[in-house]
Design a protein around this ligand. Structure first.
Ligand code: UD1
Length: 425
């Protein structure tokens, strides 16, 4: 529970440094049951979701300690236990990715089945089908998924072809197979997100043999054992995209340090269409926003398409762009919890069949609004910066799941955010 109170409009100015990627850190941490000995991870963001994953690792017997601001020392002595407490799993869907690695390391394991969440139905059927293809027995009872690992794998070749692109299932199946000596796995229709390449690079540094991450076709040759290594996690492209949109939406001038233009191609293309000025160099991306923007049509798709995790933020920005913009969400079709709240601030957005039709208004006005999930919280924060007057965003705690030092970083760009740890009545 908590609220942000902001007075707008504010023009962002200055420099902001991007943190390590949450969506790279989580699957890397979920692979730890398979990785024996000492692992040192640098550039780990201190976020609620990362803390939850650390608690899960501790609960199964892995030693995890912070060493310095963003470095984790992890020791897996090879004596994990197989039950992950429901209370921890229910907080975060990405924790389900521990099932394969944990089952393989202890023989049998149980992880609670993740439920739906604010951005829609999020099943785990591709994960379960994939584990079964790898030879695991999987059953579900009382809301928990129980898995038993196959015994020794004779030389075998397995093909998993996902019916739909899934980031989590690609990572889960690829990681699990990495520890299965004798098995060669081919994944077709794999997700191509940069975080999957980061996971591949980490696992290969631990002795895995994975090729193809970053393309739709991956090959994993299982090995006997994975040994800990020292690794630096990539920067967070979604955090970077959020600050870039916030800068553009407030017609500001912001240098986003560590933003990687290669990973943000779809957003930068949208900026070009809209008339947002930006420059890229090896340190990051600087937005020097224009005065007037053009409306756009955006299709939200798996990488390298426009990311669903930036859809709520760009919708906030488009709400004051003169003309009609269209945003079609193809990843999480009902991810529009932020729309009624943006409309309460004066936006004119109608959603039909997963398409948001945005009719640009002259200005937004401050209002009390409620954040329904992590990226909706970021969207409302951007809207609050654009809006005239006071905005109180309740349930802002979602934002701490994905944005490290968010208050400090926005204050550094000239925003006066008041944080009330309890919701303002
Ligand atoms: C990951 C990201 C999340 C991002 C999402 C899409 C992490 C920790 N989270 O989530 O921030 O929004 O990718 O880019 O990296 N699906 C099924 N069955 C399954 C799995 C998925 O039907 O077993 C469907 C989902 O409902 C969704 C689509 O596939 O419609 C994509 O989901 P997926 O890529 O799996 O998302 P996550 O890995 O959960």
């Amino acid at each position: 529970m908590g609220s942000f109170i902001l007075y707008g409009p504010v023009t962002l100015r200055g420099k902001v440094e991007i943190s390590g990627a949450k969506n790279a850190a989580l699957p890397i941490l979920a692979s730890i049951p398979l990785i024996k000995g000492i692992t040192v991870l640098h550039n780990v963001p201190r976020l609620e979701d990362v803390h939850t994953m650390i608690q899960i690792l501790r609960s199964i017997g892995v030693k995890v300690e912070w060493k310095g601001e963003n470095t984790l020392l992890i020791i897996n002595e090879g004596s994990c236990t197989g039950d992950v407490p429901y209370e921890l799993v229910r907080k975060m869907r990405a924790s389900f990715n521990i099932l394969g690695p944990l089952t393989l390391s202890v023989g049998k394991a149980s992880v609670a089945q993740p439920g739906g969440c604010a951005i829609g139905l999020r099943p785990v059927n591709f994960h379960i089908d994939g584990l079964e293809k790898l030879g695991f027995s999987v059953s579900i009872s009382h809301g928990t998924v129980h898995a038993t690992a196959p015994g020794r794998v004779d030389e075998s070749e397995v093909v998993v072809s996902f019916p739909k692109v899934s980031v989590g299932a690609t990572e889960h199946i690829m990681t699990t197979a990495a520890g299965m000596k004798g098995l060669t796995l081919q994944i077709n229709n794999a997700a191509q997100e940069p975080e999957i390449e980061d996971l591949q690079n980490f696992l290969n540094s631990c002795g895995a043999r994975i090729t193809g991450a970053g393309t739709s076709s991956l090959t994993v040759e299982g090995v006997e054992e994975l040994q800990g290594c020292e690794y630096t996690i990539m920067y967070d492209r979604i955090e970077a995209g959020t600050y870039l949109i916030a800068a553009a939406a407030t017609h500001g001038e912001v240098e986003v340090v560590n933003a990687c233009s290669n990973h943000l191609g779809a957003l930068l293309e949208v900026f070009e269409h809209m008339g947002v000025n930006f420059t890229c160099n090896e340190n990051g991306i600087t937005v020097k926003a224009g005065d007037v923007y053009r409306p756009v049509k955006i299709e939200v798709n798996p990488y390298p398409g426009f990311p669903t995790d930036l859809q709520p933020q760009i919708l906030a920005m488009l709400s004051t762009v003169k003309g009609v913009s269209l945003v079609k969400e193809n990843v999480f079709k009902s991810r529009f919890g932020h729309v009624p709240e943006l409309n309460r601030m004066g936006a004119l957005i109608v959603v039909e069949d997963s398409v948001a039709v945005v009719e640009g208004v002259e200005e937004l006005t401050g209002a009390p609004v409620e954040a329904t999930d992590l990226r909706a919280a970021a969207s409302l924060l951007i809207a609050a910066l654009m809006a005239k007057g006071e905005t109180i965003i309740s349930h802002i705690e979602h934002i701490f799941r994905g944005y490290e030092k968010v208050i400090e970083k926005f204050r550094g760009l000239g925003v006066n955010i008041v944080y009330e740890p309890r919701d303002v009545e």
